[in-house]
Each structure stands twice: as C-alpha cells, then as structure tokens.
Design a protein around this ligand. Structure first.
Ligand code: ADP
Ligand code: MG
Length: 242
C-alpha cells in the first residue's frame, strides 16, 4: 500500500481549475520530484497534501487514513507531514534551537526538554550542531534553509514536502541544501519535492512527475521522463529549461 495516495484531486481558485483530476501514489522511502512550468500547480498540490489548502474534490490518504475528511485534525496531519518552503521564514529574534522547537512545543504539545534533545540530535546529524545557539542572521542562506529542513524533521514526520527549497539561494549555496536532501533520502525519508533543478531530480528522485495545467502529463523513472519523454508537452518543457 502507498504511504500517500491522492485520487482525483481537484482544486479551483475562483472558478479557475488549478488541479484537475490529479492522482498520485507515493510509496514509503520513495522520492518523487514534481516538475513543470510556473503555474502548473506544484505548490498548490503540496499545500493540499499538507492541508494548507482544502481540495474541492478527491481523496488524499496517508497511511490509509483519509486526511481530506473534514473531521481530520490539520495539526495532527502536519505533525506527520513536514513541509519546507522556498523562503525559510525563520524568526529572527529566536535562536536556531528555539526556532526548531517552537511548533513542536506550542502546536503539537511536545515536552520542551524532549523536543530540544531531539532538535540537537537532528542538528548534529545534519552538520549544524555548532549553530544551535546562533541567531538566523549569523547564518548563510544555505544554513538557514538547512535549519528550516531540520525544523520540519523534528516531529519525525512520515513524509517531507519540499517546495523549491533552493530557488531563493545564491547558486554557491544550493549544493549544501541538495546534499542534505540526498542524505535524507539515504536515511529512507519519503519525500515529494517541487524543483527546477533537473540534474538534481535525476539524481535523487525515484520518480519524476511532469505537471501541466494541474494535470499529470507523464510520470516515471527520471531517466525516462527526463531523458526520453513520451509526451510532446514534456519534451517542449524540457527543451525550454535545459
Ligand atoms: P507552481 O507552484 O507550479 O508555480 P502554483 O500551484 O503556485 O503553481 O499555481 C498554480 C495556479 O494556481 C496559478 O495559476 C496560480 O496563479 C494559482 N493560484 C495559486 N494559489 C492561488 C490562490 N491562493 N488564489 C488564487 N490563485 C492561486
Ligand atoms: Mg510553486
């Protein structure tokens, strides 16, 4: 059974259909890369998975549980599905450690001491141990984004969603963030990531999904979708960006 399953997802904004009968399964430990032009629906899909947006139709299940059921508790879902955005949104007046434990303690009622111990373990594992007591403005953009990823991991989510997490970074800082994502894949983390980095998608993804106009146009192993696409629209997209 898939860890995450989307079936027949539709999302509209003011009559404009942004996700159209979209279905997608993600197995445990799998990494799925969403690609497609700006406006194709990548961010909206990720936001629907995390219940930041409500779908208008269709069902999303996580571990077999229907999270699109109106009775599903969004906070409980977000504890199991971590999300990282393009802009890292760290609070400037709080240390790295306090930034990481804020939501687990305030929103998810975790014991502060336990959350701090776990945050330190993650920082240590991901090469940021010496930054625990620093303020965000002392960190590079790459380090801040890595802290934002740790913040999403500290609840031990079942699934991590990454929305163009390197797009706001200077080119020389992209590598450290991509390398961290590769480490997470090695450790078995299940991830769905929207990216413009086709080289990275090819390296890290088990499956690449090309979206256009809120529909899945084609999906498969990166070598095939990126190297030998079946659909004309995928070929046009790749010809424009590579
Ligand atoms: P992508 O991440 O692939 O660039 P998005 O999911 O951000 O695409 O956007 C898909 C479409 O949905 C775009 O046409 C965008 O303008 C529209 N859209 C996204 N969020 C909103 C919103 N909150 N209100 C109205 N339209 C939105
Ligand atoms: Mg987007």
């Amino acid at each position: 059974m898939a860890l995450l399953s989307c079936a027949g997802i539709r999302k509209e904004f003011g009559g404009h259909v942004v996700l159209d009968d979209l279905s997608l399964d993600v197995a445990e430990h799998q990494v799925v890369a969403l690609i497609g032009t700006s406006g194709s629906g990548k961010s909206t899909l990720l936001r629907c998975l995390n219940l930041l947006e409500r779908v208008d139709d269709g069902v999303i299940t996580l571990d077999g549980e229907d999270i699109t059921d109106p009775r599903a508790d969004p906070d409980r879902v977000r504890r199991r599905i971590g999300m990282v955005f393009q802009s890292y949104n760290l609070f400037p007046h709080m240390t790295v450690l306090d930034n990481i434990v804020l939501a687990p303690v305030r929103v998810h009622s975790r014991a502060p001491q336990q959350a701090r111990v776990q945050a330190r373990e993650w920082l240590d594992r991901l090469g940021l141990a010496d930054k625990a007591l620093s303020y965000p403005d002392r960190l590079s953009g790459g380090q801040q984004q890595r802290v934002a990823i740790v913040r999403a991991l500290v609840n031990e989510p079942r699934l991590l969603l990454l929305d163009e997490v390197t797009s706001a970074l200077d080119p020389e800082l992209v590598g450290e963030v991509l390398s961290m994502i590769r480490d997470l894949k090695e450790s078995g983390m299940t991830m769905v990531l929207a990216t413009h980095e086709m080289g990275f998608a090819r390296q890290v993804a088990d499956r690449v999904v090309f979206l256009d106009g809120g529909r899945v146009i084609e999906s498969g192993p990166p070598e095939r979708v990126l190297g030998d696409p079946e659909q004309a629209r995928t070929r046009q997209f790749l010809a424009r960006i590579i």
